[in-house]
Design a protein around this ligand. Structure first.
Ligand code: DX5
Ligand code: ZN
Length: 229
C-alpha cells in the first residue's frame, strides 16, 4: 500500500456539540483523525445555515488537524479570502455553484495563497462534468448524500461515481485526493474506500458516538481492510 492510498478520516464538526467546538476538535485530534471537515452553508445553495469563517478562525489555534473547508455556498469567490485568512488548508467549492471559468479562477487564487483546491459534486451531477476541471484541482469531493444536513444515509449508487473519478485520477492525476462526504460509518466506509475514496468525512458516526476514538479507529480499520482485501 503506498502513501496516497492510505485512508484519512475527516470528522465533520457540523455534528459536534456546538457549545463546545474547541473541545470537540481536540477530541477527534486525540482520537486519531487526520483532517477536520468544516461545513459552510449559506441557506441558498443548500437549504440550511451553519457557521462562518469566524468559527474556522477561532478553531485554528486549537488544532493541528488539516482544515478541510467545504463551501456549500452560492458565491464562493466572494468569501474565498475569508476562509483562506481563517486558516483553511484545503477549500472545496461546488461544481454546481458557478461556471467553469470561475472554478478555474478559484483554484488559481487558492494555489497562489498556498491553499489546496477541491471541487465537489452533488449526487445528481455526473462525473464526466468535472473531468476537464480535474487538472486544476487537488481533490474531488463526491457527495454521498444531498448536501445540507448531517445524519443522512449513504447513497450506495454513488460508488460507481467514485470508481469513475478514481479511474480518471489513476490515468492522469495520480496524486488526486478523492474524498466522500455523507453517511459514512464503518460499513459504508468500506464501500467508499473499495470504490477509490482516500479521505472519508464522518459527522454523526464520530461525534455522536459514545467513544469518538473508537469510532474513528473502526472506520479506519474497515476502510483499510476493504482496500487490501
Ligand atoms: C452534508 C455535509 C456533511 C455532513 C456529514 O451537507 O456536507 O459533511 O456533515 O455528516 P454525516 O456523516 O452525519 O452524514
Ligand atoms: Zn461536508
Amino acid at each position: 500500500m503506498n502513501e496516497t492510498k492510505t485512508i484519512k478520516i475527516a470528522p465533520s464538526i457540523l455534528a459536534a456539540d456546538a457549545a463546545r467546538l474547541g473541545a470537540e476538535a481536540e477530541k477527534v485530534e486525540k482520537g486519531g483523525a487526520e483532517w477536520l471537515h468544516l461545513d459552510i452553508m449559506d441557506g441558498h445553495f443548500v437549504p440550511n445555515l451553519s457557521f462562518s469563517a469566524q468559527v474556522v478562525k477561532a478553531l485554528r489555534p486549537l488544532s493541528k488537524l488539516f482544515f478541510d473547508v467545504h463551501l456549500m455556498i452560492s458565491d464562493p469567490s466572494k468569501y474565498l479570502d475569508d476562509f483562506i485568512d481563517a486558516g483553511a488548508d484545503i477549500i472545496t467549492v461546488h461544481k454546481e455553484a458557478c461556471g467553469d471559468d470561475e472554478l478555474k479562477e478559484i483554484s488559481e487564487r487558492l494555489h497562489k495563497r498556498g491553499v489546496k483546491a477541491g471541487i465537489s459534486v452533488k449526487p445528481g451531477t455526473p462525473p464526466e462534468s468535472i473531468k476537464a476541471l480535474m487538472p486544476y484541482f487537488d481533490m474531488v469531493l463526491v457527495m454521498t448524500v444531498e448536501p445540507g444536513f448531517g445524519g443522512q444515509s449513504y447513497i450506495s449508487d454513488m460508488n460507481d461515481k467514485i470508481k469513475k473519478i478514481a479511474e480518471y485520477s489513476a490515468a492522469d492525476f495520480p496524486d488526486m485526493i478523492i474524498e466522500v462526504d455523507g453517511g459514512i460509518n464503518a460499513e459504508t466506509a468500506a464501500q467508499a474506500a473499495k470504490s477509490g475514496a482516500t479521505v472519508l468525512v464522518a459527522g454523526s458516526s464520530v461525534f455522536r458516538a459514545a467513544d469518538a476514538a473508537k469510532a474513528i479507529s473502526e472506520i479506519h480499520t474497515a476502510a483499510e481492510k476493504a482496500i487490501v482485501g
